[in-house]
Ligand binder design. Structure first.
Ligand code: ADP
Length: 243
């Protein structure tokens, strides 16, 4: 960012730095089936954060020795493209990207009926096109849509959002500035109809009461995101049928 690292005021006249209310999501866009050569794909934007997800499989595992006899192997790669950040990001995989690939895979795995496809692999690629906070949760939301688009049988969709504490207030769907200068950030993902949380991380400190409130705020956002996911899937199939 700029030369000064002085913390900006994050709440002004009861509104957030981008004018949102505390419990307001950023403008969300979702589109499914955006890549012809992938089995499933989706692009999802939360404000200026924009992520593309592509899914291949279930297909034969390469190398063969990683195959599992009772279920599909799920592999996930999260990557921030060089042009996705304000300053060029090195294309070499960072520790953060390696960790996030694992965390995202673990957030998606409970939803995938991998037991139906032994000895195969399902590969999930998450490419951050533009980063402005919440890329892991946007990636999870996009990957769940791409998996559904690929026709992978799922127990539920997975939707995610990060909540945070900024200037003492709990807020939904934090952007990068709120993430950088806030007191805490908590990314959450869940299977909305099963009511199961599949990702919960907390960076910073919250009291017990704040944690309970922040989780409820995240789940409220997740239910809204879930409705948009279903709408995006419906839209693809309605347009395909009409075509
Ligand atoms: P998330 O994107 O899931 O919120 P982080 O909390 O690690 O993950 O990152 C917050 C934001 O900081 C990112 O969305 C991105 O805008 C920015 N960021 C993270 N890592 C980098 C990086 N290596 N280069 C530039 N910006 C980054």
């Amino acid at each position: 960012m700029g030369s000064s690292s002085e913390k900006p005021q994050l709440i002004i006249d009861g509104k957030r730095i981008d004018g949102r209310a505390f419990d307001e999501l950023r403008p969300i866009e979702m589109e499914v089936g955006v890549l012809k050569n992938a089995d499933g794909s989706a692009i999802v934007a939360f404000g200026n954060t924009r992520v593309l997800a592509a899914v291949y499989g279930p297909r034969e595992v390469m190398p063969k020795h990683v195959a599992l006899a009772d279920r599909a192997v799920i592999r996930c790669r999260y990557r921030m493209l060089s042009f996705s950040a304000e300053e060029r990001k090195s294309p070499a995989p960072s520790r953060r990207e390696i960790e996030l690939s694992k965390v995202i895979r673990e957030a998606l795995e409970p939803a995938i009926m991998s037991e139906l496809f032994p000895r195969t692999t399902i590969d999930i690629f998450i490419e951050v096109l533009n980063a402005d906070g919440g890329t892991r949760t946007t990636g999870i939301t996009a990957a769940a849509l791409a998996l559904a688009d690929a026709g992978v049988p799922m127990r539920d969709l997975v939707a995610g959002v990060a909540v945070g504490k900024v200037d003492g207030k709990l807020v939904l769907d934090i952007n990068k500035v709120e993430d950088m200068y806030g007191e805490a950030d908590m990314p959450v993902a869940a299977m909305p109809s099963l009511g199961r949380i599949t990702l919960l991380q907390l960076n910073g400190v919250l009291t017990h009461e704040e944690f309970v409130e922040a989780l409820a705020l995240a789940l409220k956002g997740i239910r809204k995101i879930y409705e948009l996911q279903k709408e995006a899937l419906r839209k693809k199939y309605v347009t395909t049928e009409e075509a």
